[in-house]
Design a protein around this ligand. Structure first.
Ligand code: DP6
Length: 327
């Protein structure tokens, strides 16, 4: 048997409070604005990468099923960058598993490309800093750059490839927050994030969203550092609504909300008016991330499950950065 080089990495997904929407450079995934997120312990991807001479072409198994086409091409392209860096041309067998239900409508590109980057780099013996890993993960999926560091994370838009990376602004145990994801649709969305980023500039609202982002980043950073839930609520909900306004006014328009999405948003606002610490944030899909404090978890989850159209609720707490689980 010829020599094999392998490693396994585990990465959390993340939820952005200040969203990434639109690129300055699509190939390098240089974003038009910085973003801030929280890693999600409980929504994780574990990926094993094996490089070897007997592997004749790149292979990908996703949640136990062989993947081909666009998914495999995206992984191969990402591995090409890492192979060039390591000066090798070996093909790879990649196996990736999510610990959350497949098809639950949860975006997994952040945890997937973070775990893939760390596993492939470790397998090929590349000794890289967290910053370097974040830069490489960004090339695979922008939000994956934020799943490399731990806890609460800021991704700097930067000016070029080397300056666009993410770093931790607070560790996971800094704040006892919970993300309860109200799943309202299991269907695959027509236009995913990558397609959406390409359309962002067709909305006349995008320019003003971008111009106002430094201010929102500042408010969000401060809210996290001082554990100010009300301030985080205000800036996060506004940021989500700004991004969805851009989406809805793009050409063609992207409309991700479904009736139960709005029902959850409305309920969350009502609970908050009655004194409960709770807010919503929504990515490029109809599911609603409902953020609350640890002590409210059970009650919020119970109430979410009672809303018509909520299929299930997944829970996550602040998570660590990417880890090598085996080599
Ligand atoms: C709405 O990182 O999934 O979730 O770089 O094309 O893979 P690609 O896009 P992706 O975009 C995430 C968009 C978002 C907001 C966010 O997570 O910041």
């Amino acid at each position: 048997m010829t020599e094999q080089y392998s490693a396994t990495a585990r990465a959390c997904s993340n939820i952005a409070f200040i969203k990434y929407w639109g690129n300055r450079d699509h190939d390098l995934r240089l974003p038009l604005n910085g973003s801030i997120s929280m890693n999600l312990k409980g929504l994780e991807t574990t990926t094993t990468v094996v490089f070897g001479e007997e592997i004749e072409s790149d292979r990908l198994v996703l949640n136990g099923k062989p993947a081909t086409g666009a998914a495999l091409e995206r992984v191969s392209k990402h591995l090409d960058y890492i192979r060039r860096l390591a000066g090798v041309s070996l093909c790879a067998a990649v196996e990736s598993e999510n610990n959350f239900p497949t098809g639950a409508g949860i975006a997994s590109s952040a945890s997937a490309f973070s775990a893939l980057t760390a596993a492939a780099c470790a397998a090929l013996g590349l000794k890289l800093t967290e910053k370097e890993l974040s830069i490489i993960a960004r090339l695979g999926s922008g939000s994956a750059s934020r799943s490399i560091p731990g806890g609460f994370v800021e991704w700097y838009a930067g000016e070029d490839h080397e300056s666009s990376f993410a770093e931790s602004i607070a560790p996971p145990d800094h704040w006892d927050l919970v993300d309860l994801v109200a799943i309202v649709s299991l269907e695959h969305k027509d236009v995913g994030s990558s397609g959406g980023h390409q359309l962002a500039n067709t909305s006349s609202l995008q320019q003003s969203r971008i111009e106002d982002t430094p201010q929102r980043l500042q408010l969000c950073r401060e809210a996290i550092l001082t554990r100010d839930f009300d301030a985080l609520t205000e800036v996060s909900e506004k940021d989500t609504l700004l991004m969805h306004s851009v989406m809805m006014t793009s050409e063609p328009a992207l409309f991700y909300c479904l009736p139960p999405t709005l029902a959850v948003m409305q309920a969350v606002r009502e609970w908050r008016n009655n004194g409960m610490p709770v807010f919503f944030t929504i990515d490029a899909g109809p599911n609603v991330h409902v953020i609350t404090t640890g002590d409210q978890r059970e009650e919020v989850e119970r109430r979410l499950r009672e809303i018509d159209g909520v299929i299930t609720v997944l829970g996550a707490t602040p998570g660590r950065g990417v880890e090598i689980a085996g080599q």
